[in-house]
Design a protein around this ligand. Sequence first.
Ligand SMILES: NC(=O)c1ccc[n+]([C@@H]2O[C@H](COP(=O)([O-])OP(=O)(O)OC[C@H]3O[C@@H](n4cnc5c(N)ncnc54)[C@H](O)[C@@H]3O)[C@@H](O)[C@H]2O)c1
Length: 333
Amino acid sequence: MRIGLAGVGRIGAFHAATLNAITEIDSLVLADAVPTRARDVAHALGVESVESPEALFGAGIDGLVIAAATDAHAPLILAGVDAGLPTFCEKPVAHDVDGTIAVLDKVSGVDIPVHIGFQRRYDAGYLTARAAVASGELGWVHTMRSGTLDPAPPSPEYIASSGGFFRDCSVHDFDSVRWVSGTEVREVYAVGANRGEEFFKEVGDIDTAAAVLTLGDGTIALVSGTRYNARGYDVRLEVLGSLDSLSVGLDERLPLRSAEPDVTFPNGTPYPAFMERFRAAYVAELTAFTDMVAGRASATCTVADALEAFYIAEACELSRIEHRPVLVDEVRR
Ligand SMILES: NC(=O)c1ccc[n+]([C@@H]2O[C@H](COP(=O)([O-])OP(=O)(O)OC[C@H]3O[C@@H](n4cnc5c(N)ncnc54)[C@H](O)[C@@H]3O)[C@@H](O)[C@H]2O)c1
């Protein structure tokens, strides 16, 4: 199997190494808008590169992985589908609802898998939580608590084109809340704060956020996040039910210290970044993509799923700006 990868920045270079280690992939071809970047990563891994993202489509590939900057996602997905290529794309599909719907319209009814990368769906803990909800062993779920705490902000350039905290960061929490619970979000109330570097404020973004989500069955989900959690990369989900409760991410590397006397848990090295926290999940999701390329599986996180998570992010942004609860239906088209 021959895979093309578009975009070898922060996560693209990491995906390149993951793809290169998957045995079913015989050859890997890299491209980036900055050709030297593709050449450097290809050289380090001993794989091929081409001079432009467009050149990938003439390189005889069987599947396309998109890890380029967000602006490039929609055009590359559309080009992949036009070329008949099973396509994996990092979240988000596009910067806005219109762009996401345009891609959805194009891929709907086309028999080519288009999978969007919400890697928590391939994490062992999240899979266990989803199974526990589905089996009923937690009873009825009254509360979910989902958090994404980054140790330090990405670059000002990344923030300027990220779409803002809810669309870029909390969108992972929104996807996992609806995927683990199996229930859609009905209403949100969101707030944001800005006490970090000026470049957030300059582009109308926030560095810390929280949202209360009410799900269709009445479950309350609390989502929180920040770009300033110096102790480490802390991603967790608690699912609290009438019969039992569980926590995803409660392991020795959890970046938190106990204030209780004589308690040593957790005592591992805190996760420094998303690559380490979700290494196994990224391997599992890209391996699952090779099943799609081989025709053994269809996409499980679709453009429609990504749109639903994006609607929740849109509703949170509107709620934060207007200081009021917002029904997700208000932003749905
Ligand atoms: N799932 C996750 O955990 C996760 C984590 C980080 C980033 N992401 C997503 O991945 C994407 C990339 O993020 P990043 O942090 O690696 O950004 P980055 O800025 O580090 O890298 C982006 C790369 O894309 C390249 N690029 C831009 N336009 C291109 C095009 N048309 N074709 C090919 N390459 C192009 C840039 O030159 C750069 O090398 C973003 O959309 C982000 O939302 C997902």
